[in-house]
Ligand binder design. Sequence first.
Ligand SMILES: [Fe+2]
Length: 225
Amino acid sequence: MNTMETNVDLFSAIHNGIRGLLYHTAGQLQTTRWSNPDDARAALDQLAYALELLHEHAQHEDDLIFPAIERVAPGVSDEAEAQHQQIDAKQAELQQLADHLRQETDPARCRAGVQALNRAFTDFMALYLQHMNTEERSMLALSQERLTPAELLAVRASVQANMTPERYREWLRWMLPAQSLDELVPLFRQVRGHAPALVAEQFMTIGQSALEPTRWEKLLSELAA
Ligand SMILES: [Fe+2]
């Protein structure tokens, strides 16, 4: 039996997860009752967590994914790498706004700080969404044309090896609910058929807790068919 994926995609699943992370964080920032200290802290903690994940993702691309594609298509990642610098600067600005807000006690200055943070985050999100489109347009098809499935799988494995098992599970909690059923059904089939039992079990546990119940039930019934 051929157990290897033939169309290995290094970008779409993780980018879908990041889109889900950005939408969720924007929603939380926008709907938080900032006058409640616990809610305010939770929103700022979510922002810090999202920025940490995005920083980690950019490092995986800079250190592992881009160099692999650059070897077969020199210069192809230049634009995306330049955008990473721009994104880094925006992330630092966001962190600064959040730090100020954490210290702020004056209600009027707090309201102004919340407005500034929300606007900065939506600007940042727009930039980040465009950045991921740039990466997908410039590198996804090219990587599949010029690298073999085995080479692409090795790059993906190197990314997974660069994070703790707990962090991998956190990424899965963002990635799984951010895919459509048309993507989830073959993914779960692949994992259940070919991944180690422990990995398959994690997919099932995280899928059940992260997907909406109706989508989870649908996924289970399609997997059983
Ligand atoms: Fe990127």
